[in-house]
Ligand binder design. Structure first.
Ligand code: TMP
Length: 214
């Protein structure tokens, strides 16, 4: 495969339960089969420090967390991941597949919690040096469907963010769609309410075959 093309940093976004991991597994598999080095990272987390931050952020016991602290902790985890893992991997020519990146902060903390998008943008640019994904795959589906897919987990197994009410997740979903509407060239929106294999097939046709050329 000719890998001189620009698309190398791909983020996957969507509300909790939308099915990001399967798509990421497939893309990693296709790249590896084609002999293209790739790494997979997740947010929050992806580094030893980031995983500790993840524990603080997602622990239901962190219920008293202030929204501004939440923004900064997600951004701190992202800064660590960007400079410790993503930038070095891209410099070596590897593809980076990210389970969430800056758009998650705009969708969850911006549209979900109501923080000003410009302020969030400034913090993101500082944390990441302005690094943005070449392509962002948004798995869009109805909040009730996504919630029912949360591995059949009952409420007690859900993390602090997953425990937010439906109205919060609906704001996040609408936020993601608004972000995609603003940047149609970067976003690829997939209908994730379809059966999984159909979503994978859409992704293969609309991303792999178009961007990569098979
Ligand atoms: P995950 O369940 O996809 O691993 O993501 C962890 C949770 O953190 C998920 O509910 C989305 C949320 N989140 C934010 O609220 N802001 C962010 O910037 C990121 C990366 C995730």
């Amino acid at each position: 495969m000719n890998d001189s093309r620009k698309t190398k940093f791909v983020s996957f976004e969507g509300i909790d339960g939308c099915g990001k991991s399967t798509l990421m597994d497939r893309l990693a598999g296709w790249l590896t089969e084609a002999g293209v080095p790739n790494i997979r990272v997740r947010e929050p987390g992806g580094t030893a420090i980031g995983e500790k931050i993840r524990d603080i952020l997602l622990d239901p016991a962190s219920s008293e967390m202030i929204g501004r602290a939440e923004v900064l902790l997600y951004s701190a985890s992202r800064a660590q991941l960007t400079w410790q893992v993503i930038v070095p991997a891209m410099e070596k020519g590897a593809w980076v597949l990210a389970d969430r990146f800056v758009d998650a902060t705009f969708a969850y903390q911006g549209f979900g919690r109501g923080f000003d998008l410009e302020h969030l943008g400034m913090i993101q640019r500082w944390a990441t040096g302005g690094l943005m994904p070449d392509k962002t795959v948004l798995l869009d589906c109805d909040v009730d469907l996504a919630t029912s897919r949360l591995s059949g987990r009952d409420g007690l197994d859900r993390d602090r963010i997953e425990r937010e009410e439906g109205a919060f997740h609906r704001k996040v979903r609408d936020g993601y769609l608004a972000l995609a509407g603003k940047e149609p060239a970067r976003f690829l929106v997939l209908d994730a309410s379809k059966p999984l294999e159909e979503v994978v097939e859409d992704f293969r046709k609309r991303f792999w075959l178009v961007e990569i050329g098979g």
